[in-house]
Design a protein around this ligand. Structure first.
Ligand code: SAM
Length: 475
């Protein structure tokens, strides 16, 4: 039997099944222990996070007053750490060739009716132009795992192509990568190619379920998958994004697991995950989400987001168009800091939306609005859509990014960067209505930059963006 050790490099020791089971038992025993719950909430108020056991007690707690206190704190922490900024991104699907047998994923190798596609470099270029023409600056590239069709060389070539395209005023300034677990050597190559975050979802932290859900292919190996972020960090990537596919296993198990993963990364590498994603299983070709027993309600989903927010305040949280407009609206205030907009989950879908009969998509998109509609909607809700990619380009990654967060300088850095990149969006891509609302918002928000010098420079840059066709300023 393996023993729990968050500093271990062995999957079964840092994500220890016994520890998770003991945590869930402890949470059950204490779910009505208001004294303990108050203590945990008090600790969370210090904004230094809470651990997997404490978070699990809050997740088990069903007391409506305490839940409201947790939500209020999550909203406050969200506001204090991220302001009203919401970072925008889009996924770009490169290839859906896959040798794995994941039971929840339409790319699984036995799916003979999904339309298999892999973008050529010319097609990558056209997809990127379409994304730039929408206004995107940050992409997450996605691919199935297939060493013959999508080897690392193919992924690297796509990254080069993406960064090389300068269409009108467009540019993709940050490419995040969501590809299967790989070797330290390949992570080093991704680092050298200039990627932003390396994203890999654990899918489920429960080893038994994991092996059942991944019956064939390299992804079957639980330890190799779970230890991927340690290899990525060894390869020099210091921004990593973790996630769970909710619906596969008991959500309480997954919350404990993902927080243990974050604690492990922090303990071993001195920096926790850059982001946490919270996807839920969706309908897709050959996939019926109802076949998975552990689907979670919107209420539980919101509670999970709020608890992650207070457990790891410095970790960004991402939500995709798997979720509907109304769910997105609720979780934005509870903790989400990055959202996708105008997404297509089919290979080549930005240039040519697919016909029903040639479905290559990874999942059905719930939020089908255009990027401009999402941008306008965010501003109507009082948020500032941000196309900022400055931290990574200024070398503020890993612990240097965390240092910026902790220094309290975000209002003088992220805030003006958000306003300047929003101005670029308004000038180059926004509809008239969106532009009007945005211009007003920027005017009001400029006043909130605390440092007078920074405020003055930001104002000048925004003037230059609007009047002198200048682009790409950043603090
Ligand atoms: N092939 C890579 C891997 O194995 O990690 C990249 C992953 S895939 C392109 C991105 C993510 O989509 C997966 O990690 C999984 O969590 C999610 N996904 C797969 N099938 C899904 C479904 N039916 N509904 C929602 N999300 C799904």
């Amino acid at each position: 039997m393996s023993v729990y050790d968050k500093k271990s490099l062995k999957a079964e020791e840092f994500i220890n099944d016994e520890e998770i089971k003991a945590t869930l038992k402890y949470a059950d025993e204490n779910k009505d222990n208001l004294e303990l719950i108050d203590k945990i909430i008090e600790k969370a108020r210090l904004r230094k996070g809470i651990d997997h056991r404490e978070a699990s007690v809050l997740l088990a707690c069903e007391n409506p007053e305490k839940i409201e206190e947790i939500y209020a704190l999550a909203r406050q922490i969200k506001k204090d750490f991220y302001g009203d900024r919401i970072v925008m991104f889009a996924p770009l699907y490169l290839s859906n060739y896959c040798v794995n047998g994941c039971l929840y994923c339409p790319y699984h190798a036995k799916n003979k009716h999904i339309c298999r596609k892999k973008l050529t470099q010319e097609e990558v270029k056209n997809e990127v132009i379409a994304l730039q023409d929408m206004g995107h600056k940050r992409l997450a590239i996605e691919s199935g795992e297939d060493p013959v069709n999508n080897p690392i060389e193919y992924i690297l070539e796509c990254i080069d192509t993406i960064y090389s395209i300068k269409h009108k005023n467009g540019a993709i300034r940050r490419v995040n990568v969501n590809i299967a677990a790989t070797t330290v050597e390949n992570y080093r190559k991704l680092k050298d190619a200039g990627i932003g975050t390396y994203i890999l979802f654990q899918e489920t932290y429960n080893k038994e379920s994991y092996e059942y859900l991944h019956p064939t292919g390299p992804k079957h190996n639980y330890a190799y998958h779970t230890e991927a972020m340690d290899r990525a960090m060894e390869g020099g990537i210091d921004d990593v994004g973790i996630g769970v596919l909710f619906g596969l296993e008991l959500y309480r198990y997954e919350l404990a697991g993902i927080l243990m993963h974050a604690e492990h990364l922090e303990a071993v590498h001195g920096v926790g995950p850059h982001t946490i994603s919270v996807p839920r299983v969706k309908r897709a070709d050959d996939i019926d989400p109802d076949e998975f027993d552990n689907g979670i309600s919107d209420e539980i989903f919101e509670k999970i987001v709020a608890i992650i927010r207070i457990a790891v305040p410095y970790t960004g949280m991402i939500i995709s168009t798997r979720e509907s407009k109304s769910v997105r609206e609720k979780v934005l205030e509870l903790g989400i800091s990055q959202i996708s907009g105008g997404s297509r989950t089919s290979v080549g879908g930005y240039v040519e939306p697919e016909d029903e009969d040639e479905n290559s998509a990874q999942f059905d998109v719930s939020d089908q609005r255009s990027l401009d509609e999402v941008v306008k909607w965010l501003m109507d809700l009082g948020y500032i859509p941000s196309f900022c990619t400055a931290c990574y380009r200024e070398g503020r990654t890993g612990d240097r990014f965390m240092a910026l967060c902790k220094s309290g300088q975000i209002q003088n850095c992220c805030h003006p960067n958000a306003l300047m990149t929003l101005e670029e969006y308004l000038m180059d891509y926004a509809h008239e209505d969106t532009r009007k609302i945005g211009e007003q918002l920027i005017e009001q928000e400029l006043e909130k930059i605390p440092n007078e010098k920074v405020r003055k420079i930001a104002r000048e840059h925004i003037f230059d963006i609007a009047n002198n066709n200048k682009r790409d300023f950043r603090f």
